[in-house]
Design a protein around this ligand. Sequence first.
Ligand code: BGC
Length: 362
Amino acid sequence: MSPTTPTRSALIERSVRILLDGQAPSGAFVASPTYATYRFAWLRDGSFCADALDRHAQPEAAAAFHAWVCRTILAMRPTVERVTAAARTMGAAAMLPTRFELDGRTESGEEDWPNFQLDGYGTWLWAFAEHVERRGTDLEDHERIVVELVAGYVAAAGDRPCYDCWEELVERRHASTLAASVAGLRAAAHLLGDHELATVGSVLTEILERDLVRDGAFVKHDATDSVDGSLLWLALPFRVVALDDPRFVRTAERVEAELGVPDGGVRRYLGDTFYGGGEWILLTAWSGWVHHAAGRPEVACERLAWIEAQASEDLELPEQVGEHPQDPARVAEWLQRWGPVATPLLWSHAMYLTLVHEIGAR
Ligand code: BGC
């Protein structure tokens, strides 16, 4: 923890700056400028960065990100069409990529990466629809084509098991991935006026409600009774379940009780060994968001203050905090393999900005 807590306005300003500085001329956001493994652009991280910048009066930067996604998808259109047509049978390794070079090329492939992650595509559709709503103009022709392509892919592959938002467990169906796909398909249905897509979204919602609820709460994936911090996304922002639905209330309580650390941070899931499995800034922001929306502003403010206390002297937020690793014996191997925890992580700053905006704190 840093010796001094930054003033809120300084961290807000710095967070916006870190996102803008992390945006390549192409419009893509690097996941982290200082952590070699994260030198790429992820659709998932970038979509939340763009959404946060839209919320903080930077619509041009958000527009540049979405324009980059559109150019990138159009450049790989034959691949998207081929993969979508064979989405039911294609091996995971041949599905669409999860991360890109900052200029939009798919990554070089030198390193094996768990690419088949549907949530990034669903999340982008959701974020793009939010952006279009804010900008207040109709879809351009090429944007319409991109939304059709991405939604077609998500619709075709949406019920398949795939890697989750933490890039793990390819053989499972994950609740937050299904929720991102549903939100993306609903967003595309709205943008395109295509009700078929909404129907596919309803089928995925049925899978979620049938196979991923245990004892009145949503669970991480279809072969576990455990929870995951990403379950909070089901209500916010994906709205697949209402905030006051008893199953979501119970889920959020379990996340708090099982993954919350007494001084305020939230872990990803029990058994996480990445840098020993510490508390993630972005999930703590999500917890604050849920508390605020559920009418508990004082808890939301506590989460905000906890995040602020984790900023470095340079006002940078890490991916995770190592105050209370679940498994201290697993920290060293990651330090050796990939170096210190990614800092700054753009997505951490984006979720801090989102929480600030939701609370209206300045
Ligand atoms: C996380 C992903 C994230 C990526 C880039 C991974 O370690 O599990 O959720 O998209 O880093 O930040």
